[in-house]
Design a binder for this molecule. Structure first.
Ligand code: PFF
Length: 425
């Protein structure tokens, strides 16, 4: 449940539709799905496995496992980079989550009733131009996150997630139904699922792979930290496949709810980060009971973002408390403060926002994931891996092993090389 809470977040509902829109749709979606299957799932199994074997925070996990394998202590850099990546992501994540919180209030006040592309678009533009309002919401979200992490009440949140994720899913299905009736469903469907490879640049392929890492919370130790809390008798492979399946399903349903509305209302699919914040309120504003549904929807988006944000700062907090023996509140407070300051940077400068987004999703997470795969499949003893994944058949194990040892790393490297090549071609 916790891993699903981490994986399902703004990445699925906000980011996936808008980057699919910016990158031409179908071919991008296909590359993203292939990346989830061939790179994401094997590396996610590896990352959970490392955490569960060492039962420590990500930095100490890497240090411990490297020592156990007589390997260089530099492997702990994976943990360091992860802590940093988590902070960087939190900086822009809390700004977008803040927009969702603002939309809770706006929906409840009926701001979007009878709205169209122009009125809702103007509302979004006004919000993103108001530094004060954004600072207020981004601060609120940061405080909420810090409060939960400081209290260590992951259990309470686990329960909340267990209840709210299904509700979020049902609401997405309601939206999907609305889109089917009122939107341009075929245009949305064709956009997302018909492949036109001529639209695919090196940059798009890199974005698709980066998003596979981002959406699965992969390559930065978050999933490793959760793996360390996982009981020894739980099945890693089954858990990972379930999380990846649910995560992908939610992204695709969100996409299919949004794009028919985009096409029916004359919004550009490549409109960027505002895509969800403009298209969905139009739907809510024009359906009966829309104010209530809309309010509820944005509350749930906020909760989904919340349960993801917790895992963004948890690795750093676990490391601070376990290493320096400082209390949890101080550790969480300092992480929160750094993230909050960076968030101000994202509010004042959209270039900084975009820079952090690209740096983390397209580089830090895939590089982290690549190193995790190499460490697991080349440095660790095969018998140890076998023990952690003992519940799967010999064939499945070999398939995972070959993917983690060869195919997934090769995939990541190929995409990096293709990106560099197309930059200069
Ligand atoms: N997976 C989250 C999302 O899709 O919104 C984002 C995220 C959370 C990335 C936690 C990384 C992480 F460690």
């Amino acid at each position: 449940m916790a891993a699903t809470g981490s994986a399902v977040g703004l990445g699925n509902i906000w980011k996936f539709p808008y980057i699919a829109g910016e990158n031409g749709g179908g071919a991008f979606v296909l590359v993203y799905l292939v990346c989830i299957l061939m790179i994401g799932i094997p590396i996610m199994i590896a990352e959970v496995l490392l955490g569960r074997r060492a039962q420590r925070n990500p930095i100490n996990t890497m240090r411990h496992l490297a020592a156990q394998a007589d390997a260089s202590s530099y492997w702990q850099l994976i943990g360091w980079m992860g802590v940093l990546a988590g902070l960087f992501i939190m900086m822009f994540y809390s700004v977008v989550a803040g927009w969702a919180l603002d939309y809770v209030v706006a929906s409840a006040q009926g701001t979007f009733s009878g709205g169209d592309k122009n009125s809702v678009g103007a509302y979004f533009t006004e919000l993103t131009q108001s530094t004060n309002l954004q600072i207020a919401w981004h601060s609120t979200f940061t405080i909420l996150t810090v409060a939960v992490v400081a209290a260590g009440v992951t259990k309470g949140l686990g329960n909340a997630v267990r209840f709210m994720m299904p509700v979020l899913f049902v609401l997405l299905l309601v939206l999907l139904g609305y889109s089917y009736q009122q939107g341009n469903f075929m245009a949305g469907f064709n956009f997302l699922f018909s492949f036109d490879f001529s639209k695919l640049s090196g940059q798009s392929v890199l974005t698709a792979m980066g998003h596979a890492f981002f959406t699965l919370s992969l390559g930065m130790g978050a999933i490793m930290a959760y793996g360390s809390y996982m009981p020894k008798d739980a099945s890693i492979a089954k858990t990972v496949c379930t999380v990846a399946f649910l995560d992908t399903l939610i992204a695709l349903v969100a996409g299919m709810a949004i794009f028919p509305l985009v096409f029916a209302n004359g919004i550009e699919p490549s409109a960027g980060p505002g895509l969800m914040f403009v298209s969905l309120p139009i739907a809510f504003g024009n359906m009966s009971g829309g104010d209530i549904f809309g309010t509820l929807f944005f509350v749930l988006v906020g909760v989904a973002a919340w349960s993801s944000a917790i895992s963004l700062i948890e690795p750093g907090v676990a490391w601070l408390t376990e290493t320096f023996n400082i209390n949890r509140l101080a550790a969480t407070g300092s992480m929160g403060l750094v993230a909050w300051l960076g968030g101000l940077g994202c509010i004042y400068s959209s270039d900084f926002f975009n820079f952090l987004d690209k740096l983390t999703a397209n580089f830090m997470l895939p590089i982290g994931g690549l190193l995790i795969a190499i460490f697991t499949a080349w440095v660790m003893k095969r018998s140890h891996l076998n023990k952690e994944l003992g519940d799967i058949s010999g064939l499945s194990f070999n398939l995972w092993y070959a993917s983690t040892r060869v195919f997934a790393p090769l995939g990541v490297l190929t995409i990096f090389v293709y990106e560099v090549y197309s930059l200069f071609a």
